[in-house]
Write a protein that binds this ligand. Structure first.
Ligand code: C2E
Ligand code: MG
Ligand code: MG
Ligand code: MG
Length: 283
């Protein structure tokens, strides 16, 4: 079986993968054909301006409809895609599809002229040769204005690494937005904010979750928002589920919010339905 898998795939059976389980190996094998088989879709979660609750953007989130396992969460398969290298092809598909969709919405809906689209990019994808060129090609092919595409990377994906630093500079050179995702969770140094050409901080939802009951979460959320404002970065708080969280987050100076309160990740036709309403106000 291993021999059969080894042939005709680009999966790398290196030592670091030695401890993987049989189930992981199967998923990795299946990931190798999933793009071609059309098994991925994107759902889009609204990002709203907290002052008027207008939908200003969406984040593209990948879904894998596996032929026998059913829906597999990205939390499960993205790490395996990163380990095996399949993330490069999968991520390229997601980037192109999200950009195509955003350009289509702009063409279809007058209210979608400045709608931004966030695309998650893994560290390994960011560092892969030709990534910046691929992004430039996607923008050219889809006609999406670069300023409407936001690349989301985690702090760990860009820590201490010259290749990703160069790629990030290249992306900014194209005029894209650059968001630090899950901000506050990694053991990062704040110096990163001086060297990486960031435009946006996305506060991780763990800080929002218990913001009403744990004083420390509010203090950290406050510090991040102050820092973002002082550095002229945009700030987004993730995982807002209640009115109370929304009010507190807004009070701390966050300009944008994302979370189930404003909308779950939606299939494209449900985003279109929201864009159809006069001005895109969602709540
Ligand atoms: P993320 O980029 O931080 O995305 C936000 C995650 O939080 C999404 O989970 C979203 O559904 C969830 N979420 C949003 N609002 C709420 C809320 O109010 N409450 C709760 N409990 N959860 C909320 P999802 O879609 O399962 O994605 C998980 C992670 O998988 C993403 O975290 C991202 O790191 C990764 N991912 C998703 N799509 C892609 C992709 O196309 N490429 C890459 N490289 N990673 C992706
Ligand atoms: Mg994200
Ligand atoms: Mg996030
Ligand atoms: Mg997160």
């Amino acid at each position: 079986e291993a021999k059969r898998r080894g042939k005709g795939t680009s999966v790398c059976f290196s030592d670091e993968m030695g401890e993987r389980t049989a189930a992981d190996a199967e998923i990795i094998r299946d990931l190798g054909q999933a793009v071609e088989a059309g098994q991925f879709t994107l759902v889009y979660q609204p990002i709203v301006a907290l002052d008027d609750l207008r939908m200003t953007g969406v984040e593209a989130l990948i879904r894998w409809n596996h032929p026998t396992r059913g829906l597999v969460s990205p939390v499960e398969f993205i790490p395996l895609a990163e380990r095996s290298g399949h993330i490069v092809a999968i991520g390229a598909w997601a980037l192109r599809e999200a950009s195509r969709q955003a350009a289509q919405w702009r063409a279809d809906f007058p209210g979608a002229g400045s709608l931004t689209v966030g695309v998650n990019v893994a560290g390994r994808q960011l560092r892969s040769p030709g990534f910046v060129d691929e992004v430039a090609a996607v923008l050219r092919d889809t006609g999406l204005p670069p300023g409407l595409l936001s690349i989301e990377v985690t702090e760990t994906a860009v820590l201490d690494d010259e290749e990703s630093a160069a790629a990030l500079l290249g992306l900014r050179g194209l005029g894209l937005r650059l968001a630090l995702d899950d901000f506050g969770t990694a053991a990062s140094s704040l110096g990163l904010l001086l060297t990486v050409p960031v435009t946006t901080l996305k506060l991780d939802r763990s800080f929002v979750e218990s913001i009403t009951t744990v004083g420390r979460q509010a203090a950290v959320a406050n510090a991040v928002s102050q820092m973002a404002n002082a550095l002229d970065f945009s700030s987004v708080a993730e995982g807002i589920e209640t009115d109370e969280q929304r009010d507190l987050i807004r009070g701390l100076g966050y300009k944008y919010g994302q979370g189930y309160l404003f909308g779950r990740p939606l299939p494209p036709h449900e985003v279109a339905a929201r864009l159809e309403t006069i001005d895109g106000v969602v709540v």
